[in-house]
Design a protein around this ligand. Structure first.
Ligand code: NAD
Ligand code: LMR
Length: 349
């Protein structure tokens, strides 16, 4: 017997990432081929036509799993009974806008949306924030949904950074992306992030694995060369990939961002495959010395019980050497500064 439909709310449903997301979700790429979905698209009045047009196209696809689509500019309608909320719509930085202005403008979006989620969403709602600055927007939404929704149910997207890191390593080692495991993105979804390969491994033959650092050393002519490549090429390339895409494409990443958001929700809901971990920004409870309450990217696993209330858990106990601790601390400092800036606005309660 088919399961009951899952309500998925996408904010910014008339925007680029929203458009790239909704057809794949309706096709079953996110929650699997057996789970019917009901889509709710939230927009602001200026974006309603684009979202309504997308809803017409969804109907024309006749997806067997898509139960219905509703387009609205009312957050209480959009989040009503939402089981998965994907917060994509955000205020972009415009010319002359300072970071503090950007944080304030987005607090005006993510505060009310968090409140609406707390008021009307499903008791077991899961929220992923995509709209930038994603970590701090997630912090604001979580604070605004309290005490109705536990803050652990909020996360921010760093899966795109994770996938970018895997893609760069696969190219450097000339292997398939699926052969690389246990890369970690630490910190903020920004240029300060720390893409870390300390614990990463690459498949060698059918069952054996080799540390990525060793494989890089073999390929690049020694450990010193491998470490130099990581510091001078890999880390800046991954951390600044968003800016590179904007420069080359003329606008920010869309299909890869939507793909990463689908990976994030799928792995949270259905479980991370095997023993490997992925990366997601979740609320810190002090793990790895990250101040409690920050939404920070960590290595995470899910046992696939998201439906029953667990979802992503931070992988604990990994050794971080001095260099790794320094790089993580630099990104955490930025998260602290963002948190302090929005706290000064009075939006964190
Ligand atoms: P876009 O401008 O094409 O679409 C954004 C949509 O959001 C617009 O249609 C707009 O009308 C809508 N919107 C604005 N305020 C809203 C509100 N209060 N409620 C509902 N909808 C609202 O932008 P895009 O390319 O889809 O990108 C969306 C966001 O995702 C941006 O902030 C971008 O920086 C971010 N992004 C994040 C990542 C990541 O990895 N975390 C990657 C790429 C892009
Ligand atoms: C990305 O990583 O591609 C985006 O977050 C870049 C941006 O500023 O929208």
């Amino acid at each position: 017997m088919a399961s009951a439909p899952t309500t998925v709310t996408i904010t910014g449903g008339g925007g680029q990432i929203g458009y790239a997301l909704m057809f794949r979700i309706a096709a079953g790429d996110m929650l699997g081929p057996d789970r019917p979905v009901r889509l709710r698209l939230l927009e602001i009045p200026q974006g309603m036509k684009a979202a309504e047009g997308a809803a017409l196209e969804l109907q024309d696809c006749a997806f067997p799993l898509l139960q219905d689509v509703e387009v609205t500019d009312d957050p209480l309608t959009a989040f009503n009974s939402a089981r998965i909320a994907m917060l994509v719509g955000a205020r972009p930085r415009s010319a002359g806008m300072e970071r503090a202005d950007l944080l304030a403008a987005n607090a005006g979006i993510f505060g009310p949306q968090g409140k609406a989620i707390g008021a009307v969403a499903d008791d077991d709602v899961r929220v992923v924030v995509v709209g930038n600055p994603a970590n701090t927007n997630a912090l604001i939404a979580a604070a605004s949904a309290a005490p109705h929704v536990p803050s652990e149910r909020f996360s921010a997207l760093t899966r795109l950074d994770h996938n970018r890191a895997v893609g760069q390593l696969a190219a450097a080692l000339q292997v398939a992306a699926g052969d690389i495991d246990d890369v970690t993105i630490w910190g903020n979804h920004s240029a300060s992030q720390f893409p870390d390969v300390t614990h990463a491994s690459v498949r060698e033959g059918v069952i054996d694995r080799m540390p990525v650092l060793e494989a890089l050393a073999e390929r690049l002519g020694g450990e010193r060369q491998a470490l130099a490549w990581l510091d001078d090429t890999f880390i800046p390339r991954v951390a600044k990939r968003g800016a590179e895409i904007i420069e080359v494409r003329g606008s920010s990443s869309v299909a890869s961002a939507a793909n990463a958001a689908i990976d994030h929700v799928r792995d949270e809901q259905l479980g991370t495959p095997g023993r490997a971990w992925t990366s997601a920004a979740v609320i810190s409870r002090g793990e790895y010395g990250v101040p409690e309450g920050l939404v920070c990217s960590f290595p995470v696993r899910s046992d696939g019980t998201g439906l029953l209330g667990e979802g992503y858990q931070i992988v604990e106990g990994l050794d971080l050497d001095d260099r790794a601790q320094r790089l993580l601390a630099a990104s955490v400092d930025e998260l602290v500064a963002e948190r302090d800036a929005v706290r000064a606005l009075g939006v964190l309660g």
